[in-house]
Design a protein around this ligand. Structure first.
Ligand code: FAD
Length: 284
């Protein structure tokens, strides 16, 4: 299908972007890689009379790893994440997860900022960002602010970001311990039926800290505090993993769709989480 007619803008600074967002309100959207927004426009699920391209804006690119913090510009693509040697060294879970997003064509264009700002519960980066306790950096008419990934998502396609704000970067502490991103999907290139991100650190043979987040199992990503807590202090044995899965199942709320009925999704969620914990623990 062909999208409805729209005005296209390509400002060269952030002030220009914000001015356009203020002028057109709900009728305007920024576009980054376009690999979520353009399909929605073509399907007429999104009508965007004013489309503001971020490609010419300085300062939204690049990966900076300094003082134990990783900061990723909003316009960094999944392809860049996969091919960054520094990122692979500092946070290999980013590459592991990015490789499970769509296909190379989508990953060449799709950006980290677009993936997390979109609010699509099927996107893989939001859950991963919650697992890593990331911060999202926003700029708008009232200046800059930072929102925790764990507080950002309100409902499907609804986030803490105000209409006139732009997400400029995501940042998180260099992860410690072991990690894993496990995704069950119908075929290569598909969104998750269920996915789990796990980060576990070990001390004296026991779990010292654990963070667990689930993807596409509610209308937002789900950071399961209870699942992480169930692992802490254990040797990550079968009983502990079972307790973590039980806690996670309390937190998710999947709905039936063409990826399966609720019971199947809950089953798949338990499987992917069990696998993610086992792999994260083996690397911790
Ligand atoms: P865009 O499409 O440009 O924008 C998406 C939304 O975010 C828009 O509403 C836009 O206004 C807003 N936005 C973008 N950037 C900003 C910003 N900096 N600040 C504020 N708002 C912003 N994703 C997955 O995670 N997993 C998958 O398995 C997966 N499979 C896919 C399969 C196909 C066939 C396709 C086409 C896409 C798939 N995607 C998947 C989505 C892909 O990763 C998208 O590219 C990504 O989610 C959005 O990034 P983008 O840069 O393309 O954003």
């Amino acid at each position: 299908m062909i999208p409805a007619a729209f005005e296209y803008y390509r400002p060269t600074d952030m002030a220009g972007v914000i001015a356009l967002l203020q002028e057109h309100g709900d009728d305007a959207r920024v576009i980054a890689g376009g690999h979520s927004l353009i399909p929605m426009m073509k399907l007429r699920m999104a009508e965007v009379p004013h489309l503001i391209d971020l490609q010419a804006i300085q300062g939204l690119n690049g990966i900076a790893i300094t003082g134990g913090t990783i900061k990723i510009g909003a316009m960094v693509t999944q392809h860049e994440i996969i091919n960054s040697a520094e990122m692979e060294k500092a946070a290999p879970i980013m590459k592991e997860a990015a490789l499970q997003i769509a296909d190379p064509q989508v990953r060449y264009m799709g950006t980290v900022g677009g993936n997390v700002a979109n609010g699509d519960p099927g996107n893989d980066m939001p859950g991963l960002m919650q697992c890593l306790n990331a911060q999202f950096h926003l700029v708008g008419p009232d200046g800059d602010r930072v929102v925790d990934a764990r507080d950002f998502y309100e409902a499907a396609y609804m986030t803490e970001r105000e209409d006139e704000e732009v997400l400029t970067a995501v940042s998180f502490a260099v992860p410690v311990g072991g990690f894993a991103y496990e995704k069950q999907k119908r075929k290569i290139g598909d969104y998750a039926t269920a996915a789990a991100a796990a980060q576990i650190s070990k001390e004296g043979g026991k779990v010292a800290a654990a963070s667990i987040a689930m993807t596409n199992l509610s209308d937002t990503p789900v950071w399961s505090k209870g699942a992480g807590a169930a692992l802490v202090g254990t040797a990550c044995d079968e009983a502990a993993v079972k307790a973590a899965v039980t806690a996670m199942l309390v937190d998710i709320d999947p709905t039936e769709d063409n990826r399966g009925p609720v019971a199947f999704k809950r089953h798949a969620a338990g499987i992917v989480l069990g696998r993610a914990i086992a792999r994260a623990w083996s690397r911790a």
